[in-house]
Design a protein around this ligand. Structure first.
Ligand code: ADP
Ligand code: MG
Length: 578
């Protein structure tokens, strides 16, 4: 059979090209907001229906377009932002490829109403990238774009779209980045009439971070800046005491443009190294300003990657700004009330749920910072102590990880984390079947200030949490309170456990999975005593007793052993007596 080579029709070409720019509702939102900002708007309103599949409307108060301009704007490679090719090098606006509007209009029903301050408003309607209607309209200066029925004419793409909630989360992430980087612009986002963000003009970057990453993250951050060098770095970074278990709370911007960068993320880790627990990461929002010719941002507009010309210099700026911010905080706390307050609060530090109540907050942060100690000498100070087993009747803890117990003619060694994980795993599984123990009312309900996407997930997972003994209520927008916790983990940092479970779930839950089932796995791990936690004799005795009551006491849920036994018989062999 002979196949004829065919020239693709224009609208087919446009649809293929659209795939590059328009992957999902979030990419449409990104392009439209960029255009609004490029047009000098100081107010941008985004309204969605059904996560953007039914409608994405972006209305701004920017420069608008004349009727001539708008006709051009929707054509491919039409842009007002590029006059000569050398402009590419120093470009400060977001877009310049002139592709967004034509791409979006080829995969949606596309309406635009715009008015330039000097002219009349015009309305245009496009289908398959073709203008179907154009007429005069009424509008204050600015532009409104409505994208309806996205991908209605590209069924293959539609089929591959994730659930609405996933797509909405992606839009929220996208809009959140613009909010954080554009304090001078009022930005508002709604979905099906429900307000998700409303950032007021000039409300302050920290207040914006609080909207986007959640109040808890923002409260735990300190400001940083570097003054010298080719790369000017400003922003906020978490105190060593309020780190996260993943990197989702990191955002980097170059000349206000959001980028992904493992290079910068690794620098943040490195600046924090001596202070971080293993597997935890700092939250950070960094703005890097640089002469545009020093950075290649347009490697691929959708991939958000950049190449820096002088990485060593950038490294110096980031490291020094982060470190001096930490030093300043430490000095301030030492100088004023630091040590005495933290000493006075010594016993309160362990109490779960008190972290955010009134005067305690500062003191506790101080205490933690001294514990993790930026200074290396502090760590070496502590070492000999950690090596001395704490003697009790017949139970010892060694290496802050193993419980050693002398029992008749043998010694048992129990891994405290593995053991507790087993205990909790069985406990939560029983809880699931409603055969297990009590839930404890927290003396002080713990409040959680979450980001909008975390809040959506929390709203969905509340039931599963409750099954396991955590009663969590919504308490105003993006705020929740934890009222109860399972008795077995009453001594743990409940807020951290709840948060860590939430972030485990958010990365791993797939449609069709049983949320409670999944949560049991994470809850057992997150709730368990960790390596490094000091335990007193009662806690150790309790743990061994609970372990002995388990159905499968000898392995943790991942199959590692919980306990090893060394008998006199074995000792004799090893000393070659036998
Ligand atoms: P690019 O942004 O790469 O130039 P677009 O397809 O996104 O390409 O937009 C094409 C042109 O339409 C822009 O260069 C700009 O002149 C105009 N335009 C788009 N959106 C707006 C807006 N919200 N306000 C004013 N002009 C706009
Ligand atoms: Mg654009």
């Amino acid at each position: 059979m002979i196949r004829k080579i065919q020239v693709l029709a224009d609208d087919v070409i446009a649809k293929i090209a659209a795939g590059e720019v328009v992957e999902r509702p979030a990419s449409v939102v990104k392009e439209l907001i960029e255009n609004s900002l490029d047009a000098g708007s100081d107010s941008v309103e985004i309204d969605l229906k059904d996560a953007g599949f039914a409608l994405i409307r972006v209305a701004d108060n920017g420069s608008g377009m004349t009727s001539e301009e708008v006709k051009l704007a929707v054509k491919r490679h039409a842009t007002s932002k590029l006059s000569a090719i050398h402009d590419l090098e120093t470009l400060l606006t977001f877009g310049f490829r002139g592709e967004a509007l034509s791409s979006i209009s080829s995969v949606s029903r596309f309406e635009i109403t715009t008015r330039n301050a000097d002219g009349e408003a015009v309305y245009m309607y496009l289908e398959n990238g073709q203008v179907k209607e154009a007429r005069p309209a009424a509008r204050v200066p600015g532009t409104t774009i409505e994208v309806k029925d996205l991908f209605y004419n590209v069924p293959a793409r539609k089929k591959f779209m994730k659930k609405d909630s996933t797509e909405l989360a992606a839009v929220i992430d996208t809009v959140g980045r613009f909010i954080v980087a554009n304090d001078g612009v009022e930005i508002r986002l709604r979905n099906n009439g429900r307000e998700i963000f409303h950032a007021h003009k000039n409300m302050g970057i920290k207040a914006r971070i609080s909207l986007v990453l959640g109040r808890d993250v923002a409260d735990g951050m300190i400001e940083l800046f570097s003054l010298t060098g080719k790369y000017r770095v400003t922003g906020f970074v978490s105190r060593p005491s309020s780190t996260r278990k993943d990197k989702r709370m990191q955002m980097f911007f170059v000349n206000k443009r959001y980028i992904r960068s493992t290079f910068i993320s690794n620098l943040l880790d490195e600046a924090n190294r001596s202070m971080l627990e293993r597997g935890r990461f700092p939250a950070g929002v960094l703005f890097i300003e640089v002469d545009p010719s020093m950075v290649d941002v347009n490697v691929h507009p959708a991939k958000l990657l950049v190449k820096f010309e002088d990485e060593d210099e950038l490294k110096r700026s980031v490291m020094s700004s982060v470190r001096s911010a930490f030093d300043e905080v430490k000095n301030r706390e030492r100088g004023s009330h630091g040590q005495t307050l933290s000493e006075a609060l010594g016993s309160a530090v362990q109490a779960p749920g008190e972290e955010k109540h009134g005067i305690f907050a500062e003191g506790i942060a101080t205490q933690r910072e001294f514990e993790y100690g930026a200074a290396d000498e502090m760590i070496s100070d502590k070492k000999p102590l950690a090596d001395i087993p704490r003697k009790t009747s017949d139970i010892y803890q060694i290496g802050k990880c193993y419980i050693v117990r002398v029992k008749g003619d043998s010694v048992t060694v129990t891994d405290q984390h593995a053991a507790h994980e087993r205990v909790l795993y069985e406990y939560f599984n029983n809880k699931k079947r409603e055969t297990a123990g009590e839930t404890q009312n927290l003396l002080f309900p713990v409040s959680l200030g979450l980001s909008p996407s975390e809040s959506i997930l929390m709203g969905k997972m509340k039931g599963a949490y409750k099954t396991l003994g955590f009663e969590i209520d919504e308490f105003g927008r993006n705020s929740f309170v934890i009222r109860t916790a399972p008795q077995v983990i009453k001594d743990r940092d409940i807020e951290k456990v709840v948060r860590d479970i939430l972030s485990d779930i958010s990365g791993n839950i797939k449609p069709g999975m049983d949320p409670v089932e999944e949560m049991v796995k994470y809850a057992a791990c997150r709730g368990a005593i960790k390596e490094g936690d000091a335990l007193d004799e009662h806690e150790m005795a309790d743990l061994l007793r609970q372990l002995s009551e388990c159905e499968l006491p000898f392995t943790c849920p991942h199959g590692r052993p919980t306990t090893l036994e060394i008998t006199v018989d074995e000792l004799e062999k090893r000393f070659r007596r036998k």
